[in-house]
Write a protein that binds this ligand. Structure first.
Ligand code: AMP
Length: 205
């Protein structure tokens, strides 16, 4: 099975990606994580990627699709995968469709106020990807795997507004794109993660 997840920053994509990939045995591939790995190393792409990410802008489609296809060439994705944060533009989706067809596009529809609140309070586990909210979680260690939790450099109010704007203008058209192909599952993101997960399980065959 191949699933893509669509949603604004902090819409709950990462959490549902983790739950769905566990449930269906899919490899969780996050393009944001791929880019964050590049920033940690000394890749020749580092400066370019950093410029876009730190300004809340999308990395160009050509580079993004190249990295995704490179990742999908690995053996471990043979039994299916879940793409978290890709495609982010209709152009990326079309380029991707030339390579393969997906089964479902899951859109998590979350109100802007919720996104801002979640983003500025978000801390996440770099190991198992579990996400926590600082207002309700009083430890700096992951309760799932014990790793030290980290905040993301681009999780501040100013960058969130830009990322949201990028989402609305460039990514939101994907909802119509996949709806027209009969692949869209849309869920309300302003709900508890476990409720959203239940709805998704009932719709995924
Ligand atoms: P995320 O972790 O999905 O919120 O992504 C963090 C940042 O990585 C985004 O703000 C973009 O700068 C970049 N990024 C992630 N996925 C993509 C993509 N599919 N296309 C372009 N840029 C991306």
């Amino acid at each position: 099975m191949k699933i893509v997840l669509i949603g604004a920053p902090a819409s709950g994509k990462g959490t549902q990606a983790r739950l769905l990939s566990e449930k269906y045995g899919l490899v969780h591939i996050s393009t944001g994580d791929i880019f964050r790995e590049i920033l940690k190393g000394d890749s020749p792409l580092k400066d370019e990627v950093e410029r876009y990410m730190n300004n809340g802008l999308l990395v160009p489609d050509e580079l993004t699709i190249k990295l995704v296809l490179n990742r999908l060439a690995s053996d471990d994705v043979k039994n299916g995968y879940l793409l978290d944060g890709f495609p982010r533009t209709v152009n990326q989706a079309k380029l991707f469709k030339e390579q393969t067809d997906i089964d479902y596009a899951v859109y998590i529809d979350t109100p802007y106020e919720t996104l801002v609140n979640r983003t500025v309070n978000r801390i996440g586990c770099p190991n198992c990807k579990k996400i926590f909210n600082k207002t309700s979680y009083n430890s700096d260690e992951c309760d799932n795997c014990g790793e030290k939790l980290v905040s993301r450099a681009d999780d501040n109010e100013e960058t969130v507004a830009k990322r949201y704007n990028e989402f609305k203008t460039k990514s939101y058209p994907l909802v119509e794109y996949y709806k027209n192909q009969g692949k869209l599952i849309s869920v309300n993101g302003d709900d508890l993660p476990e409720n959203i997960f239940e709805i998704l399980k009932s719709k995924i065959k």
